[in-house]
Design a protein around this ligand. Structure first.
Ligand SMILES: C[S@@+](CC[C@H](N)C(=O)[O-])C[C@H]1O[C@@H](n2cnc3c(N)ncnc32)[C@H](O)[C@@H]1O
Length: 387
């Protein structure tokens, strides 16, 4: 059935800070043409169909927002009227439930909760006029999610096609210490020189296994959204169940079988390895990863050269544990003694501790892990002397 969400509009695909260039590359590789790139996302032209494909296939995106309308407003009442003018009765299903999420940066309003409430009132009043009853609404993000962005005098109203953010792939049943977000891990991997179909990927200090699992999903061409059973686009008029079934079927067909595991994950704690394995099983990529309980100092590497990547802890240590400096020095020793011919990577938010690695970097790529500024440090571990 034709519907406002089937019309071509702007899709704004968001990502964590600093990841937009990597997201742009990914979006191009998925066959879309980026229209613009900002600090926190990439815009393309599309409709609910393209949004569904992106929710299924993007490894780096946080959300896929479908633009309903942009307007210029001065007061909350102006915003209410503009929101009311949209055909919500054609967007939110009859027995639907919706929530409003806001991002507000305007002098006109300091109480963002009030702005969200006014936006919600506009939607409720419009639907009540058409259906003679009010729709359910609240704070849950598992049904229709409306996103209001208000910057100075410009307001943009979106439907969040992802619902809960896309980094929640659904495989991480149990976290271990300081797990990385799944889309951050995917972005970090895509910033390395790793060739997913042919090169070994060694991930000591694997924790809950996010880096190894994301790598295995890339090597096996597993669609990152294929484990999730719920997305925002499933809770709007215009959701085509049959199309979703086809998209998922094609994604399953494209999945590769494992010939030989080239991904090696380990951690000093047996509990971490157990949890990481369970998560990998949930992601359907357990066979792609060879697991072991191992101290980074005793690691042995496969013969074929590849990349070795680690995300050591970088916050405060508990009293009885090794100091961070000692831990980073162990990584440096491993790189120097056993990894010549490989490319080493350390993802960290503690550059002071990283000095204890004691090797020159060839790249220091900036990332944010939530609000902590981090770097992916690249170490070319030459065989013999550097030419
Ligand atoms: C920050 S966590 C890694 C988190 C991981 N990237 C994830 O997404 O779950 C660091 C891990 O290093 C492990 N670790 C600490 N010292 C180690 C050592 N000497 N050898 C191997 N693993 C170690 C810890 O057990 C912990 O799981």
């Amino acid at each position: 059935m034709a519907n406002i969400l089937s019309d071509q509009t702007t899709l704004f695909i968001t990502c964590p800070l600093k990841l937009a260039p990597l997201l742009e590359q990914e979006i191009k590789s998925l066959g879309f043409i980026p229209e613009s790139v900002s600090d926190v996302g990439v815009s393309i032209k599309g409709s609910i169909r393209e949004a569904m494909a992106l929710c299924l296939h993007s490894r780096i995106a946080s959300r896929v927002l479908l633009l309903l309308k942009e307007f210029y407003v001065r007061t909350p009442m102006d915003m209410y009227k503009s929101v009311y003018s949209l055909p919500w009765e054609d967007i939110i299903p009859d027995d639907g439930y919706f929530t409003v999420v806001t991002s507000i940066d305007t002098k006109t309003i300091t109480n963002t909760h009030f702005a969200g409430q006014k936006c919600k009132d506009g939607i409720v009043d419009r639907i009540r006029k058409h259906r003679q009853r009010r729709p359910d609404s609240g704070a849950e993000k598992d049904k229709t999610v409306i996103f209001l962005y208000w910057h100075h005098t410009k307001c943009s109203v979106y439907v969040d096609m992802s619902g809960t953010p896309l980094h929640r792939r659904g495989y991480r049943m149990n976290p271990w210490r300081a797990p990385m977000r799944e889309n951050l891990a995917a972005a970090v991997i895509s910033a390395t020189v790793w060739a997913p179909y042919s090169m070994p990927f060694v991930n000591p200090m694997c924790g809950s296994g996010t880096l190894a699992i994301e790598a295995a999903m890339m090597a096996s061409d597993t669609a990152p959204g294929s484990m999730r059973s719920n997305f925002g686009f499933m809770h709007v008029f215009g959701y085509d169940k049959e199309l979703w079934r086809h998209l998922k079927f094609d994604a399953m067909e494209a999945k590769r079988e494992c010939d030989m595991p080239r991904i090696f994950a380990s951690d000093i704690h047996p509990g971490a390895v157990r949890i990481a394995r369970e998560n990998a099983k949930e992601a359907g990529v357990e066979d792609w990863i060879s697991w072991s309980v191992c101290d980074v100092r005793n690691l042995t590497l496969p013969e074929q050269e590849g990349i070795i990547i680690m995300n050591p802890e970088y916050g405060q240590r508990l009293g009885t544990e090794k100091s961070l400096e000692e831990e980073y020095k162990d990584i440096g020793d491993l790189f120097k003694q056993k990894c010549s011919g490989w490319t080493g990577y350390v993802f960290t938010g503690n550059l002071q501790a990283a000095k204890s690695i004691g090797l020159r970097t060839s790249k220091r790529i900036p990332f944010f892990n939530a609000d902590i500024e981090c770097r992916l440090l690249e170490f070319p571990l030459y065989k013999g002397k550097k030419e």
